[in-house]
Each structure stands twice: as structure tokens, then as C-alpha cells.
Design a protein around this ligand. Structure first.
Ligand code: BG6
Length: 457
């Protein structure tokens, strides 16, 4: 592994920094012997990201490392840099002869992290710039949500179990709720977050990716492009929300200080303007206009500094058409079946159904079947980044965002951003840190005579 950056380090200093970082951040600190074996494979080249000469130094150093590590000219560039530098770095890598575009010979791959642009136009510009140097198949765009074990489990649940697929459509599903609720605030990322806000930070990528996995058609195979083709179809089928439709179907919010004054409001966070109108919460009412999903609302919500930290997908099936058990009151207690997929924490899948209450009166109680991922697999699993880096090394792009998918997501989100830029909310902050979020988000569902389902425990 070779580090490339502006710090004035040599190989040894770089290796020391890496060891410190590993000891600090990894779940299992490495032993001295593990580190000796790994540390000697670390090298460093100093250079400015936009200086063409630095890339020539990099190019001179690599053949020697290829010989030592028997890497045969195969390269994967991971840009842990400001996203504004992606295009410039790709161009310079190409100009220095460091990119093999051919399918023959040693491979060259590029890994980058979101944000991939900040709206549709900038995403297209970035994709064009990357494609001038790399083929699309060489680019691995990380959405770390896709590396989560339980996110992959969504696909297994759907396509390895025939019982669900039969019910997975508008005839049987009443609504879908997708929640990514966080208890922490923007911490020390205020400056980044001011530019991004919740729609760019969470909705354009993570939430829409979850929606696409839930709503996609069965792919022909698990090959990257078969999966991604179907995910993109879902994103393209999202009913557009612009102007008044966006304002009517999307609620944005921003946290203020907690009721007890202990947690600061967003506007008090470092790097945030005291009159900022950047949203930290979003709730959306979304429709997928295709045969399978016509008329089924997908309610999405995500926010920072909320009461619960939880990522969850709730599929609610239609209610029984006619109640046989008891009077009107007893019938109201019969809840529709729900499949609740908790992605974190405590990954689990639960099926909620009605069972008879013990006793002489025939009435129904809500009960649930529970599958706990950790209980079944106590040894744990790979972290999202371990899974993604391995995926890219193995040339498996199924867990990475493709250019057309990124653009389709921006095509949906950009008009929403524009609608709120034209009519910025004037009631921020509108929810207290540590609360359930803005009241408006409740009202959005109440219009459909629905409510957010309580998150599972
Ligand atoms: C990141 C966002 O992409 O995902 C953060 O920038 C967010 O704002 C984070 O907190 C959530 O990821 P995880 O894996 O902690 O749920």
C-alpha cells in the first residue's frame, strides 16, 4: 500500500502514522508481529494532488514496489481526498500514464466516496471527467450503506424466500417506511454539513439505495450490472417532486437545543452559521410509478439528534378485508402484518402478526417472530469498509454505485433541493435535539390517515 499526500513523511514515518491510526480506530489492535508483516508493505510518496510532477514521482516509484510485492502492475487508487479534487486527480493519474484503460493487462481501479457531485449537473460533470480517464467498470463509488451486512440481507430475504416475493407488490403491500434515525448531531463536521444538508448527505444516496433494493425487480443474476440495472430502473420510476409537489411531499427540519439545554442546537455547532437554514431532518412521501408499486407510498425519514438511533425498513401489508373477531373495538386492535427489517443496531428481521389472546373471549393480540442476526451469528462479520475494499479488489461492483444510478438519484433529488432553495423554511429550528423530530413530519403521514410506526426495540 502506498500513501500519496502533502505531508512531509518518508516510508517509516507513514508506517508509524498508520500503526497509530490502526491502534486507535480498529476494533482489534494488531500484534507487533502482524504489524511488522503489514508495516513493511507501506510506502509513501510526497506530493501535491494537483502537481503533475508529483504524479511522475509516483509513477517512478511504483515499478520497484511491483517487483517487491509481486503486484504485477495492478493498481487500485483510493481517493481519500476532498471530493472537489476527484476530477483533477483522475486527469493527472491518466496523464502520468498510471491508468490502464484496457481490459487486458494489469488492472487499474479507482475508489471514491460520496459526495458524487452536489446536484445533477455537477454529478454529470464529475462522471464525464472520470470517464475521460477510466472506463465505468474501473470506477468503484462507495456508498457504505451497501456494505452493511443487513443491507445485503435485504436481497437475500427477498430473493431466497419465495414466500415474500409472491406478496411483494401493490396488491398486498399497503406502505413502506424507511427510517435512518441518528442520536448524534453533526459533531465536528459542521462546515461540510452546511454545504450538504440532509438531502445530499443521507437521502440522495443511502435512503434511495435502500428504497431501490426494496423495490427492484428480481435481477437475472447477482452479477453487478444485473443488480444495478434493476436498481436504476426503480430510481428512474420515482415520481418526480418539484415546486409545490416537493413542498407538499417533503418535510425538512433542523434541530434546536435539547429541552434540558444540554445538547446544542445545529446553529450552535462549530462551523455552522448562526442563522443557518441547512436541514438536518427530512421526511418524504414518495411513489414508484411502475406496475409493481403504483399507489403504494414509500415514507422515508432521516435526521440527526433524534430520540432513537436506528436504521429500519418496515413493510406493512394490507389489513384483512373483514374482521371476524369481536366488536368494533376488538377489530381495531387487529394490526396489519408487518415485516420489520432492522439494519442497525442489533440487526434483526421481525414478522408481526396477530395471535389469539388466551382466555374464553376470542380476541387477537399483536405478536412477532424474531430473527436476530447476532444471536445466530455471534462471531460477527465484516465491517462495511472491509467488505467494500475486498469487493473492489475482487472486481465485484455489485455493492457500488454506478454512474447512471448516481445521476438518476440526483435527477430525483435536485428539483427538491431547488424547491426549498426558492422557498426556504422560515421556522428553523423546529425540533428539539433528542426529540422525535418535527411535528410536520407526523402531519405528512396523517394526511394519508397513516402514522410512523414506532421503531422496533
Ligand atoms: C454518512 C453521513 O454517509 O453516513 C453521516 O455523511 C451519517 O452524516 C453516516 O451519520 C451514517 O452512517 P452509519 O454507518 O454510521 O449509519
Amino acid at each position: 500500500m502506498l500513501g500519496f499526500g502533502r505531508k512531509d513523511w518518508d516510508d517509516a514515518a507513514y508506517a508509524r502514522q498508520m500503526r497509530e491510526a490502526c491502534d486507535r480506530f480498529s476494533e482489534e489492535p494488531s500484534t507487533d508481529s502482524e504489524w511488522t508483516s503489514f508495516g513493511r508493505r507501506l510506502a509513501y510518496v510526497r506530493g501535491d494532488f494537483l502537481d503533475a510532477q508529483a504524479y511522475r514521482s509516483l509513477a517512478q516509484r511504483l515499478p520497484d514496489l511491483d517487483r517487491r510485492w509481486r503486484t504485477e502492475g495492478n493498481r487500485m487508487f483510493f481517493l481519500a481526498t476532498l471530493p472537489s479534487l476527484y476530477a483533477g486527480i483522475a486527469e493527472r493519474l491518466g496523464a502520468a500514464g498510471l491508468v490502464n484503460r484496457d481490459t487486458e493487462g494489469p488492472f487499474t481501479r479507482l475508489m471514491i466516496e460520496k459526495p458524487f457531485g452536489h446536484d445533477l449537473t455537477s454529478a454529470q460533470t464529475l462522471n464525464d471527467a472520470l470517464h475521460r480517464v477510466f472506463r465505468e467498470e474501473q470506477i468503484f463509488r462507495i456508498d457504505h450503506y451497501l456494505g452493511k451486512e443487513t443491507v445485503q440481507n435485504l436481497l437475500v430475504l427477498r430473493f431466497a424466500n419465495s414466500v415474500f416475493e409472491t406478496l411483494w407488490n401493490r396488491r398486498h403491500i399497503d406502505q413502506v417506511q424507511i427510517t435512518a434515525s441518528e442520536t448524534f448531531g453533526v459533531e465536528n463536521r459542521g462546515a461540510y454539513y452546511e454545504e450538504s444538508g440532509v438531502l445530499r448527505d443521507m437521502v440522495q444516496n443511502h435512503l434511495l439505495q435502500l428504497l431501490a433494493l426494496i423495490a427492484m425487480e428480481p435481477p437475472l443474476s447477482f452479477q453487478a450490472d444485473d443488480v444495478r440495472d434493476h436498481k436504476v430502473e426503480v430510481l428512474r420510476a420515482l415520481r418526480p417532486l418539484s415546486g409545490k409537489d416537493a413542498l407538499d411531499n417533503v418535510v425538512l427540519g433542523q434541530y434546536g437545543p435539547s429541552a434540558d439545554g444540554v445538547m446544542p442546537g445545529y446553529r450552535q455547532e462549530p462551523g455552522v452559521a448562526p442563522d443557518s437554514v441547512t436541514p438536518t431532518y427530512a421526511a418524504l412521501r414518495v411513489f414508484v410509478d411502475n406496475w409493481r408499486w403504483q399507489g403504494v407510498p414509500f415514507y422515508l425519514r432521516t435526521g440527526k439528534r433524534l430520540a432513537r438511533g436506528c436504521v429500519e425498513v418496515m413493510i406493512q401489508f394490507k389489513a384483512v378485508p373483514h374482521c371476524l373477531f369481536g366488536d368494533a373495538q376488538a377489530c381495531e386492535r387487529i394490526e396489519p402484518n408487518r415485516l420489520v427489517i432492522c439494519l442497525q443496531p442489533g440487526e434483526s428481521i421481525q414478522f408481526h402478526f396477530g395471535a389469539k389472546t388466551p382466555g374464553t373471549v376470542l380476541s387477537v393480540d399483536p405478536v412477532r417472530m424474531h430473527f436476530g442476526f447476532r444471536e445466530t451469528h455471534p462471531d460477527g462479520t465484516l465491517s462495511p469498509y472491509q467488505r467494500l475494499v475486498l469487493g473492489a479488489l475482487r472486481d465485484d461492483a455489485s455493492l457500488f454505485a454506478r454512474a447512471d444510478g448516481v445521476e438518476a438519484a440526483w435527477r430525483f433529488v435536485t428539483p427538491i433541493l431547488e424547491a426549498f432553495e426558492t422557498s426556504p423554511p422560515d421556522d428553523f429550528p423546529d425540533y428539539a435535539a433528542g426529540s422525535e423530530g418535527p411535528l410536520e413530519a407526523e402531519l405528512l403521514l396523517r394526511r394519508d390517515r397513516q402514522a410512523w410506526r414506532p421503531l422496533s426495540d
